[in-house]
Design a protein around this ligand. Structure first.
Ligand code: GLN
Ligand code: ZN
Length: 767
């Protein structure tokens, strides 16, 4: 029974990679220094996994920016525009130019597009494809890293180079806008496969015994074209690479529906994700019983930070052994450990009972060892683990009966506003007396260096609460004055007290903790530290009330209360795995509801509950969507439905492609939704001609992701466009997301133009 790992975090325990890359980009260190950091991280990772006694250790899982970009680089898939930059001298600068854009020496080339890696919070650089594209081996990175690891291990037997498989690679990319619309990137498979075969055989010639080809596409609802391409590619690869052991991996969900694609394909081993889908095991065992294929069981959760329950894992392993024999079994985490922090030993401030339950990347690797010992007969390890889990079942740290009971008591009337939208709308219009095309913003205003350092000082106790509050109040007063000058209709307090919209709330809720050093790569050099939801969640005090009420007291205009929604808090955290996810969601939702009701009681008339992560939580397979929407929408409604008819609930989402989920979004029954649309020039509105969205809506009228200042005319045109598809009385005018990353100067001008355009619309478009 071989133990292996699909990939290890590459940022370094102290985020060395981030620091080195950023220093290199700002020319504080040279190329050698950067490479040295890369070598050091790889070496540490390899040695760690070697000491932990893994049988196969991944190589080429390291990356200076992104492993999908690495693939593009390996395959010579480099867009023309970057190759034409004559002043770039070395490959790594070309590589970074693709990742980050190139604005130097008179060049101004944008970065390549970036998007989310399946349903994770990791972002990859989207490969670009064009008709008849040829591929060739461009980057030597994989070979260099192989040599490096060979030197370290003095043998090549343990090393398992990792590649994204050809179908997933094509799938993850995009066709460049070609004149020839008939071109589909899967058509490139015939050009691509020979290069893969060459790479694999080159690796074999260097002594490599095992190679890992990642094909997470197998867990999706694959199209016929993708299926065909898959069978074509793997028949060829198994035919021409027969002397090397190919481990084909799937992860993030099950592959039952696509299993038949593997029928005549002769690979050595198949990796399946038993964390996300343990039910597939039965079917897969049956399918492969008569074959010789090795099954790699992904039994350790590589996307969450909890200790493995050995009893559960051993059951799966034993069942597999019984069915196909020990020689045909491998064990591993379900996916690359890229998505979790590196080492729990660095957390010194977490309560020991909670810390004991946690397991980061390094600890997960050691769990594989434990599982092997148990299989070999060590009863103590199993027993200890068992009693540990039993003990925690009743611990008051993780369980609070009162909270659980309260969530169970949620009734239908708790998730239902008192009256339907049409009635609420009439009441609200009467009460608020807002003009047509009311203007507002999404919540945050520019977060300057000064504000960040202020929060930092307060956090480090260099500033007492009184001084800190005074300063924040000062910023609030200022942002109110600015908004009044611009003549916005519904104001916000600016969110100056928040570093991050999830962290702010998780710090204030019972049952959620923050780590010291639990960094995870989000993209390139950007890392995030997701909060950890470990226990039953409860609101123990005011979260936003003081700031919002202070802000309202400084203006006669309407001040919007600003909260993060339950689905987003959950989605951007590590969530406990000892109870169904929806219980946890409902608990958070109830806590937000209490805050909403307190705000209402204190006279706040408009309350926004942001849910930017609602869409990214969607399951990978369509068949699981309804289940997700059921609890996600219910959670939002728990938060938002307790208020009176005259209290207006807003929500905000930032994505423009949501045609397929518009109907579900309407079930949130928010009075007003604001969203991103401006980058796609109101493409979004198309969706409304198919499904008429019943409530009020503010399709963003300008793109906050760019420093560009939109003119009055172009904003007016967008409003006009919107007014052709949506009832005029339902339209709001707002930017498409929060303004915290922008400069004041840009914000003032853009918002001024926005309010001008709204005024123009009131004259010209109201008939
Ligand atoms: N209210 C938040 C802000 O304005 C919303 C952020 C978001 O959409 N991600 O910053
Ligand atoms: Zn947004």
């Amino acid at each position: 029974m071989l133990k292996h790992n699909l990939g290890y975090p590459r940022i370094g325990i102290k985020r060395e990679l981030k620091k080195a890359c950023e220093a290199y980009w700002s020319q504080k260190i040279d190329l050698n220094a950067l490479f040295e950091v890369g070598r050091k991280i790889r070496k540490e990772n390899w040695i760690m996994q070697e000491i932990a006694n893994l049988d196969l250790i991944p190589c080429n899982d390291f990356s200076f920016y992104d492993h999908v970009l690495d693939m593009s680089f390996l395959l010579g898939n480099i867009p023309e525009s970057y190759l034409s930059i004559k002043t770039i001298e070395n490959n790594i600068d070309l590589y970074f130019a693709m990742a980050r854009g190139f604005q130097k020496d008179g060049w101004d080339i944008k970065a390549m597009e970036m998007t989310k890696w399946f349903n994770t919070n990791y972002h990859y650089i989207v490969p670009e494809f064009y008709k008849n594209q040829k591929f060739y081996i461009f980057s030597k990175k994989i070979f260099d890293e192989l040599e490096e690891s060979k030197n370290l291990f003095k043998s090549v037997k343990k090393i398992k180079p990792v590649l994204i498989g050809p179908i997933s690679y094509l799938f993850l990319g995009k066709e460049k806008k070609e004149k020839d619309k008939s071109f589909h990137r899967m058509d490139l498979i015939e050009n691509l496969v020979p290069v893969y075969i060459k790479i694999i055989n080159d690796l074999k010639n260097k002594g490599v015994k095992w190679i890992q080809l990642d094909e997470p596409i197998l867990v999706l609802d694959m199209s016929e074209k993708e299926k065909e391409a898959f069978q074509y590619a793997y028949k060829k690869i198994s035919q021409f690479c027969s002397e090397i052991n190919i481990l084909l991996t799937s992860y993030f969900d099950g592959i039952s529906e696509n299993l038949y694609l593997l029928k005549d394909i002769f690979i050595k081993a198949l990796h399946i994700d038993l964390v996300e889908d343990s039910e597939q095991l039965e079917k897969i065992l049956f399918f492969f019983k008569e074959s010789k294929i090795i099954l790699s069981l992904g039994i350790i959760d590589g996307r969450n930070i909890w200790k493995n329950n050995y009893t559960h894992s051993i059951n799966k392993i034993k069942k597999t052994i019984k069915y196909i024999g020990e020689n045909r079994v491998m064990i591993a985490p379900n996916c690359s450990l890229l998505h979790i922090p590196i080492n729990i030993e660095y957390e010194n401030f977490i309560h020991k009972d909670i810390k004991n339950r946690m397991s980061f990347a390094k600890q997960k690797i050691y769990e594989l060892n434990d599982l092997e010992c148990i299989i070999k007969g060590d009863k103590n390890i199993l027993l200890n683990n068992f009693s540990f889990f039993e003990k925690n079942k009743n611990s008051s740290i993780f369980h609070d009966k009162k909270i659980k009971e309260r969530v169970k008591k949620i009734k239908d009337k708790d998730i239902q506003r008192k009256n339907p939208f049409s009635i609420r709308q009439r009441i609200q219009k009467e009460k608020f007396n807002l003009p047509l095309f009311p203007t507002t913003t999404i919540g945050s205003f520019p977060q300057t260096k000064e504000i960040r350092s202020l929060r930092n000082k307060f956090r480090k106790n260099e500033l007492n609460k009184e001084e800190y509050d005074k300063k924040i109040q000062h910023y609030i007063i200022n942002v109110i004055k600015k908004q009044e000058e611009i003549d916005l209709d519904v104001l916000v307090h600016g969110e100056f007290e928040r570093t991050d919209m999830v962290e702010y709330f998780s710090d204030k809720l019972k049952g959620i903790l923050s780590t010291n050093n639990g960094w995870v790569q989000s993209y390139g050099s950007r890392c995030v530290k997701p909060p950890i939801i470990y226990g039953d969640v409860n609101r123990i005090g005011n979260m936003t009330i003081d700031w919002i009420c202070f802000a309202q007291s400084k203006t006669k205009k309407l001040m919007k209360g600003m909260l993060t929604g339950p689905v987003t808090i959950l989605q951007w955290s590590f969530v406990r795995d000892d109870q169904p996810i929806y219980y946890t969601a409902y608990q958070i939702a109830w806590a937000i509801r209490e805050e909403v009701l307190s705000l209402e009681k204190l006279g706040i008339k408009i309350i926004q509950i942001d849910e930017p992560a609602l869409r990214e939580g969607l399951p990978l397979k369509k068949k699981n969507w309804n289940f997700y929407f059921d609890w996600a929408i219910k959670s939002f409604r728990i938060s938002s439905s307790g208020v009176k008819d005259e209290t207006q609930i807003h929500t905000h989402m930032c994505y423009s492609e949501f045609n397929d989920i518009l109907k579900h979004i309407s079930h949130l029954d928010a009075d007003v939704i604001t969203m991103e649309t401006s980058r796609s020039k109101m493409e979004l509105l198309k969706a409304f001609s198919v499904f008429s969205y019943p409530n009020e809506i503010g399709p963003g009228v300008y793109d906050i992701h760019s420093p560009r200042i939109p003119s009055v005319e172009e904003i007016f045109d967008l409003i006009k466009k919107a007014s052709k598809t949506l009832p005029i009385k339902n339209i709001w005018v707002n930017p498409d997301c929060g303004l915290k990353t922008r400069k004041w100067e840009e914000v003032l001008k853009s918002l001024k133009n926005m309010t001008e355009a709204a005024k123009l619309a009131r004259i010209k478009l109201s008939n």
